[in-house]
Design a protein around this ligand. Sequence first.
Ligand SMILES: Cc1cc2nc3c(=O)[nH]c(=O)nc-3n(C[C@H](O)[C@H](O)[C@H](O)COP(=O)(O)O)c2cc1C
Ligand code: SF4
Length: 428
Amino acid sequence: MDSYLTRNFDRPDAKTLAGYEKLGGFRTARKALGMKPEDVVAQVKAANLRGRGGAGFPAGVKWGFLPDNGKPRYLVVNADEGEPGTFKDRQLMERDPYQLLEGILITCHAIKAKVAYIYVRGELVHAARFLEECIEEMRFKHYLGKRCMGMPMELDVFVHRGAGAYICGEETALLNSLEGKRGEPRLKPPFPAVEGAFADPTIVNNVESIANIPHILEHGGEWFAKLGVEGDGGTRIFGVSGHVRKPGLYERPVGYNLRTLLFEDCGGIRGGNQLKAVIPGGSSTPVLLPSEIDIPLSIEGLQGAGSMVGSAAIIVMDETVCTVRAMWRLSRFYHHESCGQCTPCRDGCGWIEKIMERIEFGKGVPEDLETLEKTAHGLSGTTICPLADACAMPTLGFLGKFRKEFEEHIEKKECPYGNAFVPPWEVD
Ligand SMILES: Cc1cc2nc3c(=O)[nH]c(=O)nc-3n(C[C@H](O)[C@H](O)[C@H](O)COP(=O)(O)O)c2cc1C
Ligand code: SF4
């Protein structure tokens, strides 16, 4: 069985509690709620489930960091889904919401939390409302409440909507936002597992990470681990966008070949064009050349190619794309989304955007390339959170791999691809 997370995506029945149960739903929750919490955690550890939000931290290990200090514990599900290119969590919430809610029930039993929050990206209005309806139905049927499913377990779940800031996907900014504060990242340590929501121990996990939990408990951690590669188990939902013939979500085992995914499953490049570049894991991950895509889609596989699997959002660019323009667009995003707490990020992302803009619009000078490199290196590892690195990594990646294209813009004093845009400084 190579796909389980998306198995209900085309079954509308799964969107009601009764329909989901008919499809076998909540059977595993009943079983897991009867197990000792430590045994549930042990299964998740054995599964080698790596976080699906971007950083890839092993979920079971994170759960093991919770201190036994008698304080209340929380589960916070990260449904902010802001990384450009990523669109899997929205589908998981809208097309199989009870799978996620079953995962939440089991996780809260395992980590002994009585309250869970789902922090939903502000723009995902439908997903947030739908989840609220599903939660209401679960409360009504006593799947949530003082005795969940008739078992000695108390749990309530709340949906909290963000307001559209990318930085609120970073777990500590998310916690600040959840508490009603400005969505700015906190200094770590302390990590959320020790001091998270309301200064109490908190587990923050991505939607897809939690949606995996019922399947791990149904079939066992060992089964899950074997689906993937060593140390990186299960399947992943790859979100392929851009210039392939059949973009969309593809659930494939961890370690699946990137070239096979693009050229067989996604039908290759549109209009018989040549492939030019692939961003493999969301916009912050370094770009790959066509000669570099014969690799396994796993944390180690992408590391070996000098990039990252990130949130498994694969952005495909064909030969019609100007990579300078693409990087300029990305740098605008990161500059706009910087929360401004750290000088290297606040100013550095701004400088990268400015320099990229003038190169794209034919106003660059040869020294710009060195300044870009220096600025990007100055951002890396010097800030409170990794947003600055998220801007530096693609800058260095594009510049390293498409330097000739950058130089051509500077020499010709224009974009060789033609430029349909009005330069920003000429817009009123
Ligand atoms: C700038 C920034 C944005 C992030 N956005 C998201 C997001 O939208 N969704 C998400 O799950 N994780 C996001 N993360 C990662 C979270 O901080 C955190 O690692 C993750 O929610 C942990 O869950 P996981 O271990 O299940 O992946 C972001 C991190 C950074 C630095
Ligand atoms: S790195 Fe950027 S986004 Fe992160 S805390 Fe510093 S200023 Fe804010």
